[in-house]
Design a protein around this ligand. Structure first.
Ligand code: LMR
Length: 389
């Protein structure tokens, strides 16, 4: 049966986790996979999460099934955070998913059920798992290079060209904030132009929102998403709580469909539940229940928001430290989220690891949350030694 399978390479991003751990050198810096680290280099369980988990442990009296939609209180409590306090609740349905990846996959399958073989337009570079997720759901990925890494700038003409080339019903994947891997987000004027094109060309935005609160704060990071949703008749939003609640391995996410057509919304909601049923039957509970407990309590919500502000400030402080360590790295201070992507070859990224203990993705993507401001000098020295600066 399995003799026809071909060997698959290990995911190169995830392989970095093990390679870093196995490196015996005393000085090394982990700018690899996208996780937050504090001043001690740890990825601690957030205080609000610990308190909510304690409460959950003491009060949870059953682990009976909830159903394919997961914890709908969690799904609903996230809505004002994502869509705003005054959003029209009648326009949105949602379902809990295993992380943001689960939400992307479920959204892709929903699209494939509605429009088999639909095209998804993906601006590159993007998260390396985006294209495989859409392709695994039998969608056709059309990519267009929209960030020039050498200039560290968006090629906005390319974006408009792609939107003009797309046909009615095509899907446009957009990073809601904190672009992964470049940290380069559209400005508000560009978002407005994108929104107008989506409407004019009858395109479906699929917004991946995985880092809300880690760019410029919860409200500011949601602004582009809200602007798009205001303009279009329907949209999908894949949301992840893995980073902003530090719940990575618990896999906490949700897929939302926003539509002005109430009948379609109801049918699509049922489709999302049946697709979840055949994929994972029901999502894992613990992480989402933890987020629910936080959001049900004004006190825990306050603690969580404060921690997120501190995390965001630390990441932006690291950005400032690296940007001021070398004149050619100034752009890093203007980018947002965990990542920036330097223009470099895979060989250079490997040399940075092997010769200098500076771990970043083969693509040159750096997780700025992985460093300390005091690492800036060593990073610049290594980049200079390898000819990147
Ligand atoms: C990342 O981009 O580093 C994270 O989203 C982790 C992952 O699953 O790739």
């Amino acid at each position: 049966m399995f003799e026809k399978l071909t060997a698959q390479p290990a995911d190169s991003l995830l392989a970095l986790i093990k390679a870093f751990q196995a490196d015996p050198r005393g000085y090394k810096v982990d700018l690899g996979v996208g996780i937050y680290r504090d001043e001690q280099g740890r990825t601690p369980v957030m205080r609000a999460v610990k308190l909510a988990e304690k409460q959950l442990l003491e009060t949870q009296d059953s682990k009976r099934y909830l159903g394919p939609e997961g914890d709908l209180n969690f799904v609903n409590l996230m809505k004002p955070i994502i869509f705003g306090a005054n959003h029209d609740a009648g326009n949105v349905v949602g379902i809990q998913t295993p992380g943001g990846s689960g939400a992307l996959r479920l959204g892709a399958e929903l699209i494939a059920s509605a429009a088999p073989g639909a095209k998804v337009w993906l601006g590159t570079p993007s998260w390396p798992n985006h294209a495989p997720i859409f392709e695994s759901a039998r969608l056709t990925v059309k990519d267009y290079r929209f960030v020039d890494l050498a200039k560290q700038q968006i090629d906005f003409d390319r974006v408009l060209e792609a939107l003009d080339a797309a046909q009615a019903g095509d899907v446009i994947l957009l990073h809601g904030c904190c672009h992964n891997p470049t940290g380069i987000d559209f400005d508000i004027d560009q978002w407005k132009q994108i929104a107008a094109k989506l409407v004019e060309r009858k395109l479906l935005p699929f917004i991946d929102l995985a880092y809300q609160g880690l760019g410029d704060g919860l409200e500011a990071d949601a602004e582009p998403t809200r602007l798009i949703l205001e303009a279009v008749d329907e949209a999908l939003v894949a949301y992840s709580c893995d980073k902003n609640f530090g719940l990575y391995r618990e896999r906490v996410g949700a897929l939302y469909l926003v539509s002005r057509n109430a009948d379609q919304l109801k049918i699509a909601d049922g489709n999302m539940a049946s697709l979840a049923r055949v994929n994972w039957s029901m999502p894992p509970d613990h992480g989402a229940a933890t987020v629910r407990v936080i959001l049900e309590s004004a006190e825990l919500t306050q603690i969580w928001k404060q921690e997120l502000v501190e995390m965001c400030a630390r990441v932006n402080g690291n950005r400032a430290a690296l940007a001021s360590a070398h004149p050619e790295l100034g752009f890093i201070a203007n980018q947002r989220g965990l990542f920036s992507n330097l223009a470099m070859s895979k060989e250079t990224a490997v040399a940075l690891r092997q010769k200098h203990g500076i771990y970043m993705a083969d693509s040159g993507r750096m997780n700025l949350a992985g460093m300390q401001p005091s690492d800036a000098g060593a990073i610049v020295k290594a980049l200079s030694a390898e000819g990147t600066l």
